[in-house]
Design a protein around this ligand. Structure first.
Ligand SMILES: [Fe+2]
Length: 344
């Protein structure tokens, strides 16, 4: 078996591959590691066949959907997961076959309703059901401490003591544990009585994870994160430096249109001299009247350089092929001591 554990902060993800068939799966892929997975697969001569998410993550962004599109392979999740981009649903007692490898599915709800664990030979990927010295929380959407109790005490903890535990999270840089070590040393599992365990889980009082709503929204629907939306706009447009814009304004070279997409009050307070003004919110409605020549060169700016990137990408989609975004925003334009024009 070819095996890699990859870490981003406290998130752990895994590549497992069959040496003889070169078939691989990525377990709990994380958005920030996409290029790393692809590089690791290529280096080992593996081809990914499945992207497996152990559950709907509430605290980080799954890369499953994007990798699924790039690699044209299915996302696998438990049957209880409703996300529209999940092509293969699995349930307790089923197996995902990867060449010679057999990944067995254990339904282990509790952290979320769609949590599953994956048993592969001498190891188990426990998602957030069982962590090293802890368990997943049960206070986020679809969590249930009673279900977690069953999943642990009637499920995972019945595996052989020497089975290696690979969780989806660990914040103390530990790589793995074993079922036996967790039974002996995991303080939450010391609460062997159901009532006591449930009471413990109900009274943990944890902080909500950062990005909770956005992670749940995007991981459930396959929608884009805001960062992803901006990154894909950045990939579509060229940029122009402030210095270059300044030079072209000064020399009136090639009739560059400098387009301010901020709101009116900001535009009135101060703008790059000679700017045309179309607020971002009105862009699509006004381009036909205000930008009659689609072959003209347009440099778009806003306050900080983010909205202008989205606006320049929109202009490109509309056929304004020579739209570029200012590298930076009006704020840095002004701070750099460049000329500013104010409304009369
Ligand atoms: Fe989780």
């Amino acid at each position: 078996m070819i095996f890699h554990q990859m870490r981003t902060g406290g998130c752990l993800s895994y590549i497992v591959g069959c040496e003889s068939s070169c078939a691989a799966a990525i377990i709990d892929p994380e958005e920030g590691l996409i290029e790393h997975y692809l590089a690791a697969l290529a280096k080992d001569g593996l081809r990914a066949h499945y992207l497996i998410d152990t559950h709907t993550h509430a605290d980080h962004f799954s890369a499953s959907r994007e990798l699924s599109e790039r690699l044209r392979i299915p996302v696998v999740m438990h049957r209880a997961n409703p996300a529209p981009f999940v092509e293969m649903h699995v349930d307790d007692g089923e197996m995902i076959v990867l060449g010679d490898l057999r990944i067995s599915v254990m339904y282990t709800p509790g952290h979320t309703i769609d949590s599953m664990s994956l048993v592969l030979d001498d190891r188990v990927f426990t998602g957030d059901t069982l962590l090293i010295g802890g368990t997943g929380r049960t206070d986020l959407p679809s969590g249930d401490p009673d279900m977690l109790y069953d999943s642990l005490f009637d499920g995972l903890l019945r595996l052989a003591p020497d089975v290696t535990v690979y969780p989806a999270h660990d914040y103390k840089n530990r790589e793995s544990s074993t079922i036996g070590a967790e039974i002996d040393g995991n303080p939450r599992l010391a609460h062997k009585e159901r009532a006591s365990f449930v009471e413990l889980m109900r009274t943990l009082d944890l902080k909500a994870p950062r990005h909770l709503t956005e992670a749940l929204r995007t991981n459930r629907s396959g929608g884009q994160t805001v960062a992803h939306l901006i990154a894909s706009a950045r990939e579509k447009v060229p940029f122009m430096s402030m210095r270059e814009v300044r030079r072209r304004i000064d020399t009136a070279e090639d009739n560059l249109i400098v387009l301010d997409v901020r709101e009116k009050d900001a535009f009135d307070r101060g703008r790059i001299p000679g700017s045309l003004h179309i607020p971002r919110g009105q862009l699509e409605l006004r381009v036909n009247d205000e930008l009659k020549d689609p072959s003209q060169r347009i440099v778009v700016y806003c306050e900080f350089g983010v909205i202008s990137t989205l606006a320049a990408a929109t202009l490109k989609e509309l056929g304004f092929d020579r739209s570029v975004a200012l590298d930076g925003g009006f704020k840095s334009w002004q701070e750099a001591g460049n000329p500013v024009e104010v409304a009369d």
